[in-house]
Design a protein around this ligand. Structure first.
Ligand code: G6P
Ligand code: ZN
Length: 542
């Protein structure tokens, strides 16, 4: 039986960089999740009788919302819902299932790298039939609908056991519970030479993968330990927990510090990696060396042909605007296109669909390729392993040689988290107002060449996205970028991205913060960070 329930709109259901993210208690308000799910369905058309893929990163409230999505999909006329067993699907695995089974789309429940638990974060994201995050015109339509919604439809289907693999009927719709790992692991096996990777591990190569009690645990143990023969214990914190063990499942140098410390220690394994809450981000650390996501993108692109999926070469490389220009130099050398998009994986979708780019990456620890339409943490790890297997050099040797060939882009991001939203907006506004007056002026001994507010003109569909980050470019190619995060759940987060290009190999061994010191000072001078935020220093430096 289907019920139509009357409701009143919430005014805060605007999807951010990656879906709607709020604290769990916000989602637990009566009708809150239902309103948003119905707004998604109302913003779409043509899904009658079609397949919807549903899964999440296992965080607190995942199961409850999966139940709601199933019941509402049935009431709204979907033909079938495919759910990962236990409600688990990593974001890249969900993207793959949508593509493989030609689903109409998918709903992914995650707040990515944000903490989970009864008072922490939750999120709902819609992915379209290409497997990628919904483009802005759909998320705008969802938001518009959420402000007008008066009723939602839900089927009374009783309890469905999502822990048992198999197909059941619910509200006139099929519900198939699938192994969340198998199809994804098969996809990885089709892209990479697993035989070569097995040989790498047989040769005594040691790796540490930290799943951070998040979704990649079951994927990583299947792929690394079972299929590739890595030593038992290679994967740590591999059991997904609703609160991620009380930690931030964010694979950066702050929240994965234990891995960093291990990799810098005397008994470090050859390779260390971690992934985030929903499995799309990656952290790469070699013995004694952290690889920045921007460098990792460049390195993966430069060496991709070692893997069977990419032997034919790359069609192009895409990076988000704040990501360093290291990949640009690789694209130039390969003679392929380089596309600079706004922050947010969704902007890569058109380029990938059009066959213009093969590998994409972001400074926020996301790298991926045309194999799915999301960034993919384990994919990045497997491509790194493929490079290590082919070159039989250490991470450090590979990185140093890369810098010697292409030059080094010193790069760092300074985050000011949970600052007052009005203060953060005022900082950005003030910057915008003085943009035109900046070129030609000197700040902290550095000459500003150009300054603008990044706007993206999508070369595929012609859409334009404005105000995507303020760029200050200095003479010699150094730059500072300011933008406000689109993924936070409280206050505002100011991100300052700082970059300096250094062609001279004799100067490649400097400490990053020291190499960027004058630019860091200039950033404060130009934007008045301390003045606006009242903060003496960033909360996170990556
Ligand atoms: C999510 C998106 C990424 C994006 C990142 C940073 O992870 O999937 O594509 O780069 O958020 O977003 P933010 O707006 O917080 O800088
Ligand atoms: Zn994520």
């Amino acid at each position: 039986m289907t019920r139509t329930v009357s409701t009143t709109p919430f005014d805060d259901q605007k999807p951010g960089t990656s879906g709607l993210r709020k604290k769990v208690p916000v989602f637990q308000q009566p009708n809150y999740a239902e309103n948003f799910i119905q707004s998604i369905f109302d913003a779409l058309s043509g899904f009658g009788g079609r397949l919807l893929v549903v899964g999440g990163d296992g965080r607190y409230y995942n199961r409850e919302v999966i139940g709601k999505v199933i019941a509402m999909a049935a009431a709204n006329g979907f033909g079938k819902v495919m759910v990962g067993q236990g409600g688990i699907l990593s974001t890249p695995a969900a993207s793959h299932l949508i593509r493989k089974y030609k689903a109409f789309g998918g709903i992914i429940l995650s707040a990515s790298h944000n903490p989970g638990g009864p008072r922490q974060d939750f999120g709902i994201k819609y992915n379209a039939g290409n497997g990628g995050p919904a483009p802005e015109k759909i998320t705008d339509a969802i938001y518009a609908r959420s402000k007008e919604i008066r009723e939602y439809r839900i089927a009374e289907i009783g309890e469905i056991d999502i822990d048992i693999i198999g197909t059941v009927e619910a509200g006139g719709m099929e519900v198939e519970i699938v192994d969340p790992v198998r199809d994804y692991a098969d996809l990885m096996e089709s892209l990479f030479d697993f035989e070569a990777l097995r040989k790498l591990f047989e040769s005594g190569f040691r790796m540490r993968f930290d799943a951070m009690h998040a979704v990649t645990g079951p994927y990583a143990t299947e792929i690394f330990e079972r299929r590739l023969g890595a030593a038992p214990g290679t994967c740590r914190n591999f059991r997904p927990l609703p609160d991620f063990g009380g930690h931030h499942p964010d694979p950066n140098l702050v929240h994965a510090k234990h891995l960093y410390d291990e990799m810098m220690g005397p008994d470090a394994p050859d390779f260390g990696a971690a992934s985030d809450g929903d499995g799309d981000r990656n952290l790469i650390i070699g013995k004694g060396i952290f690889v920045t996501p921007s460098d990792s993108l460049a390195l993966l692109a430069a060496n991709a042909t070692v893997a069977p999926a990419y032997t034919g070469g790359l069609a192009g490389i895409a990076r988000s605007m704040p990501t360093s220009g290291a990949a640009d130099r690789v694209a130039q050398k390969l003679g392929v296109g380089l596309y600079e998009t706004p922050t947010g994986w969704k902007f890569f979708g058109n380029l990938l669909d059009a066959g213009m780019a093969t590998i994409c990456g972001e400074e926020s620890a996301g790298t991926g390729s045309s194999h799915v339409r999301e960034k993919d943490g384990l994919w990045a790890v497997l491509l790194w392993l493929s490079i290590l297997a082919a070159r039989r050099e250490s991470v450090s040797e590979i990185v140093t040689k890369h810098w010697a060939t292409y030059g080094r882009n010193y790069y760092s991001r300074h985050d000011y988290e949970e600052v007052d939203a009005a203060a953060a907006n005022a900082l950005m506004e003030e910057l915008r107002e003085k943009l035109a007056s900046l070129p030609g002026t000197q700040v902290c001994g550095l000459k500003i060449e150009t300054a603008d507010d990044f706007a993206y003109h999508d070369p595929v569909d012609g859409s334009v996205s404005v105000q995507q980050g303020i760029r200050i470019l200095f003479e010699g190619g150094s730059r500072v970028v300011f933008r406000l995060s689109g993924t936070g759940t409280s206050g505002a987060t100011l991100r300052v991205y700082i970059e300096r290009y250094e062609p001279d190999a004799a100067r490649h061994g400097l400490d990053t913060q020291a190499a960027l010191a004058d630019l860091i000072a200039a950033a404060d001078e130009i934007a008045g960070i301390r003045r606006h935020t009242g903060r003496e220093r960033p909360s996170v430096i990556t």
